[in-house]
Design a protein around this ligand. Structure first.
Ligand SMILES: Nc1ncnc2c1ncn2[C@@H]1O[C@H](COP(=O)(O)OP(=O)(O)OP(=O)(O)O)[C@@H](O)[C@H]1O
Ligand SMILES: [Mg+2]
Length: 505
């Protein structure tokens, strides 16, 4: 058999799947697309996560577009973190042009244009579905991250959350948590000290200042009700296509902490809410995280461990997460090791560092008798990528250079009129733009604080009546209770310390 025949046999065997699959493109050998060999990914393994990497302009965004289209066609909804705002065109039909016809002739896949059902979402004032979360849902770990707090300050935040949990006080927006902070340094000072230890007013002062900073950066826009219900991400349209939910982040591009933390809270929420799926034939939702390095940048060791945990566990809930980044080394090795599908576009070798990264990347791929991986990594054309996936048995498929198919939808962004049209038709835009009476949430909290004060007063009267007992020293109280609070809060809230929704009701 010739080399080509062997290649066709190996690839076709390697990418065989009994169940349904999506086709990404055609296999390439010695620079030529091979019409007989297609690169297919089984739907069953799409919850095993993945990575899409490559230098700028090599075709990552178009690959995600193609990938999302195929998922939608298979009835799988998609969530896309669109940081650069170049993804909206998927809502409209594409246009067949010469270079597309040519590409599809080479890979021997019929081409037709198609539009896909899209929902546009926003974390800010931009038009679209308003994504919001309550402070309670955010949990102490992520709330501390978004405020950039040190360990001592984060410890105080943990106490505040614990205190609010214990007293069934929902923290909806920033106004709520400011109120609680004021309370625990004034009227509630004695009560807090008794149960949770001494809290320094200079620490609460710093936290308050940072909350005000966050408000000024627009954080007040996404903390509050109506908080987003994750079921709304799992929609299928009347033709059986999965919805493509695009979170447009262009207007907060300069606030990476804001949206990367929001993303983590959303992941935690999804994890918390979704039931176990077991061995499902296809995922419930596939999430693409563009500019993934922003999520890992400056993440503390604890947070990284929690991200690793969530990536590991969310799989069994039928959720696939795909990280997109220029350099695969941006993704921590603990996460990288859990990614089943790798789509590696070309890398550029400008510096010694680049060459080292290429060498390392090549070493991370299965060896292949058909390719010199490190050389190929710099020689791949635009819209071509090295692919390895998991087969239905969970075994890595052979490495294959792939000419990706072209998007069926528009390879350009929507006009503002088109965006308005989509938002105008969306039921979800109406649902989430409805004004929830924030004032009343604040009042509920105020009332609860008042009640808590009354209870506390009664308690104090009772305690006074009893004989006094020996008190431990202040430092002892602080360390003990902070430890207790942090561990129990972590335990109660699970991953990222997100609180289940019961407090909202
Ligand atoms: N699968 C494809 N089919 C047809 N053309 C493609 C394909 N992939 C890439 N291209 C062409 O290459 C261009 C750049 O691709 P793309 O925008 O996806 O790059 P990128 O890697 O996302 O770049 P950046 O890092 O700058 O975001 C596209 O505008 C398109 O013309
Ligand atoms: Mg791109």
């Amino acid at each position: 058999m010739s080399k080509k025949d062997n290649f066709i046999k190996d690839i076709n065997n390697g990418y065989l799947s009994k169940g349904d699959s999506i086709t990404l493109g055609g296999a390439i050998l010695d620079g030529e697309a091979i019409a007989e060999s297609h690169v297919k990914i089984p739907l069953k393994t799409l919850n095993r996560h993945g990575l899409i990497a490559g230098a700028t302009g090599t075709g990552k965004t178009k690959t995600i577009q193609v990938f999302s289209e195929q998922l939608s066609n298979a009835g799988i909804p998609v969530l896309m973190m669109d940081i650069k705002g170049d993804f909206s065109g998927i809502a409209k039909e594409g246009k067949e042009e010469g270079f597309i016809t040519e590409r599809h002739a080479k890979i021997n896949i019929p081409y037709n244009v198609s539009a896909f059902p899209v929902e546009l979402m926003s974390l800010s004032k931009q038009s679209g579905i308003r994504l919001r979360a309550t402070v309670s849902e955010f949990g102490p770990v992520l709330f501390s991250r978004i405020l950039d707090l040190n360990d001592t300050q984060a410890g105080v935040i943990a106490i505040i959350f614990k205190y609010c949990d214990d007293n069934k006080m929902p923290l909806l927006d920033l106004k709520d948590i400011k109120k609680v902070i004021n309370y625990i340094t004034e009227e509630g000072k004695a009560e807090i000290e008794e149960s949770y230890g001494k809290i320094s007013t200079s620490t609460t002062g710093t936290i308050l200042r940072k909350i005000i900073e966050l408000e000024q950066q627009g954080g007040d826009l996404f903390f509050g009700e109506l908080s987003f219900e994750i079921d709304d991400l799992m929609r299928i349209d009347e033709n059986g296509k999965g919805y493509i939910n695009i979170i447009r982040l262009t207007d907060i591009q300069d606030k990476p902490k804001l949206f990367s933390t929001f993303m983590l809270s959303l992941l935690a929420e999804i994890y918390q809410q979704m039931p176990e799926k077991g061995d499902a034939p296809q995922p419930e939702l596939v999430i693409f995280i563009d500019e993934a390095h922003l999520i890992f940048n400056e993440a503390s060791k604890v947070l990284l461990e929690q991200i690793e945990t969530i990536v590991k566990l969310i799989r069994s809930k039928g959720i696939g997460i795909y990280f997109i980044t220029q350099n695969p080394m941006d993704v921590p090795s603990g996460v990288l090791a859990q990614l089943g599908l790798k789509i590696q576009h070309a890398l550029r070798a400008f510096t010694a560092n680049d060459r080292q990264a290429i060498k390392k990347t090549a070493d991370n791929y299965p060896t292949s008798e058909y390719y010199k991986t490190d050389e190929l990594l710099t020689n791949l054309g635009i819209g071509e990528a090295l692919v390895t996936a998991l087969n239905e048995k969970g075994i890595p498929t052979p490495l294959v250079a792939t000419m990706m198919r072209a998007p069926q939808s528009r390879m350009d962004i929507l006009t503002s009129e088109e965006i308005e049209e989509i938002n105008g038709k969306s039921k979800l835009v109406k649902k989430y733009s409805e004004e929830v009476d924030r004032e009343s949430a604040y009042e509920i909290l105020n009332k609860k604080i008042e009640e808590a004060t009354q209870v506390q007063q009664q308690k104090e009267e009772q305690t006074q009546a009893k004989s006094s007992k020996t008190e431990p020293s202040t430092t002892e109280v602080v360390t003990k209770s902070v430890l207790k609070v942090v561990t129990s809060a972590t335990f109660i809230r699970g991953v990222f310390g997100v609180l289940s929704k019961f407090l909202k009701k």
